[in-house]
Each structure stands twice: as C-alpha cells, then as structure tokens.
Design a binder for this molecule. Structure first.
Ligand SMILES: NC(=O)C1=CN([C@@H]2O[C@H](COP(=O)(O)OP(=O)(O)OC[C@H]3O[C@@H](n4cnc5c(N)ncnc54)[C@H](OP(=O)(O)O)[C@@H]3O)[C@@H](O)[C@H]2O)C=CC1
Ligand SMILES: O=C(O)[C@@H]1CCC=N1
Length: 280
C-alpha cells in the first residue's frame, strides 16, 4: 500500500459502479496522469466494461472476479445508485482492508450504512459531486469521519479535484443539503433553459429560435459570472434598467410569496428530504 500523499496519482483504486459519476471521475483521474492499470472497476454493464478496458482500466463484472492487488486497495469509490447498495456492497467487503479509504458519492446513504454493508471500515468519506464533473467543472461537497487523518482527506481531495472544486463540511447531516443545492443543481439550470424556451414560444417565437436564445443566454450568463469579479447581484443589476423590461420580469421572479426564491426553497427542501429518505 502506498502512502496517502503518493496515492494522488499512485496507489490502487477500486470503483464500484462506473456509470455517469464513476465514469466521469475515472476519466478525470486518467486525464490528470493516473495510470489506468491502477484503477479496478466493478460494473455489470458489459458495454461500460469494454469501454474502460480499452482505456487500460482493469474491469470485473462482480466482486468475486476482482484480482486483489499486492497490499490491497488504497481507496474504494462507491458510485452505484442507492437502490443498488444491498446488492453491490456486501460482496465487495472482503476487498476492503483496515487501511482502505472508502469514498462514497451516493446520495442519502450514511456512513453507518456504508460501514454496515462493507465490513465496518474505519475510514469513510461521503462526497457529493455533480455532472459538470464530466468536463472537469464539477463541485464536490465532502464529509470525512473523525477516524480519517489529514492524509486521507488530502488523498480524497486530490481524487475529487480531478473533476472540479472541492468543499468540506464538518457535519454529515449537511450532505443532504449539499446534494439538494449542487448535486441535483445542474438539473435545475437545465430546466431553466427548458422553461425559458417554453415561455419564448408562448410569446410567439418558433421553438428552435426560443431554445437557441434560452440556451445561449444561460451559458453566456454563467460564463460571464465565471469571468467577472462582480457578485451575482451586481451582474443582475447591470442588466436591469430602471422601469425597463428586466425590472418588469424581475418583479414576477423576485416576488417573495410566489416568485423564484420560495419556489427554489421548496425544490431544494424536497431534494434534501428525499436524500434523508434514501438513507434508510
Ligand atoms: N448523476 C448525478 O448527477 C449524480 C449522482 N450521484 C450519485 O452517484 C451514484 C451513481 O449515479 P449515476 O452515476 O448517475 O448512476 P449510473 O446509473 O449512471 O451509474 C451506476 C452504475 O452502477 C452500475 N451498477 C448497478 N448495479 C451494480 C452492482 N451491483 N455492482 C456494481 N455496479 C453496479 C450500473 O450498471 P447498469 O447501468 O448496468 O445497472 C451503472 O453503470 C448514485 O449513488 C448517485 O446518488 C452523485 C452526484 C451526482
Ligand atoms: O438524483 C439523484 O438522486 C442524484 C444525486 C444528485 C444528483 N443525482
């Protein structure tokens, strides 16, 4: 087993579930120079396995088919759906050693559940990334159990920062809130494009024109926010002429009773509560 600091690019990684999230992380690690042979994937999808194998990643259809590396796995990344936990995790428990760092990106599933299903590993980190990870523009919120050491957190941060920014929280109970804001958040933004497209059609634009305008506006506004040192509030105010068209729209969107803030609060609370339900 390598030291935690070496394992940013060295060390042996086991990934259970290489779909959208697991796959994006693997691509990020390889892009950052990790040897694909240091990654082992368990995934039942034959197509997915063939794609990864062609990239040099070691693959197995199930835990029984995994060849344990000398010294064991340094990190186990759990990236299966919460609904697949019971089937996927217990068979992998023998692959988890006393020094293996378990990093789970699954929504809802608690440290306690991970420990119960994986033979009670000591070092567990819950991480919540999002799909912009696929282009290296994700953000991941992380919680580490007190049993982890500085080197474990540094190792997790190295792995997760391969696909974007990393923020740490000190309370596991807040991971569901992170999920509700940034984990699920990209879907809210894509839905904003859909809603602006529909609204454009309702005021007379052809569908494709409305879609092009809406999409380029969201992408352009996000890029401007990214490039600018100004706050979102300042950027919003820069669009808003006194008594102009934007002010008319914002009087609807910013209504405290029926505007976007109370609607977004309901949506984020619903996501947070669903995360809590998935824990069970
Ligand atoms: N998508 C997102 O935006 C985010 C997802 N997450 C979390 O990431 C996790 C994975 O989500 P996502 O990547 O979207 O899901 P995907 O369905 O894309 O990926 C899950 C992968 O796990 C595989 N799988 C199913 N059963 C098993 C098993 N028994 N052993 C090993 N692998 C298995 C699936 O194969 P098959 O398709 O053949 O079933 C699939 O390839 C979830 O827990 C989710 O909460 C976290 C942040 C954001
Ligand atoms: O929808 C979900 O449950 C997962 C977690 C965050 C994004 N997708």
């Amino acid at each position: 087993m390598t030291s935690a600091s070496e394992a940013g690019t060295a060390g042996q990684l086991l990934v259970i579930g290489a779909g959208r999230m697991g796959g994006a992380m693997i691509e990020g690690w390889i892009a950052r120079g990790r040897d694909p042979h240091s990654i082992t994937v368990i995934d039942p999808s034959a197509d997915g396995r063939a794609r990864l194998q062609a990239r040099g990643v070691r693959v197995a259809a199930d835990a029984d088919a995994v060849a344990m590396p000398d010294g064991g796995f340094d990190v186990l990344v759990v990236a299966v759906k919460p609904q697949n936990f019971e089937a996927a995790l217990p068979p992998a428990a023998p692959l988890v050693g006393p020094e293996t760092l378990v990093v789970s990106v699954a929504a809802g599933k608690t440290v306690q559940t991970l420990r119960d299903l994986l033979g009670h590993p000591r070092k567990v980190i819950r991480a919540m990334p999002n799909t912009p990870a696929a282009i290296g523009r994700g953000i991941t919120g992380c919680y580490a159990v007190p049993e982890t050491e500085g080197g474990d957190r540094a190792l997790a941060e190295t792995l997760l920062s391969a696909v974007g920014e990393v923020v740490w929280i000190e309370d596991e109970g807040l991971i569901d809130a992170v999920t509700a804001v940034s984990g699920s958040g990209p879907a809210y933004v894509f839905h904003m494009i859909e809603a602006m497209t529909l609204a454009g059609e309702e005021v007379g634009l052809p569908h494709e024109t409305a879609r092009r305008l809406a999409r380029a506006t969201v992408i352009g506004a996000a890029a401007l926010a990214d490039a600018s040192s100004e706050t979102e509030t300042a950027l919003r105010e820069a669009v808003t002429s006194p008594a102009g068209t934007t002010a008319a729209a914002l009087s609807v969107l910013m209504d405290r009773q029926v505007g976007l803030p109370p609607l977004m609060a309901r949506a984020v609370t619903a996501a947070r509560d669903r995360g809590r339900e998935l824990a069970g």
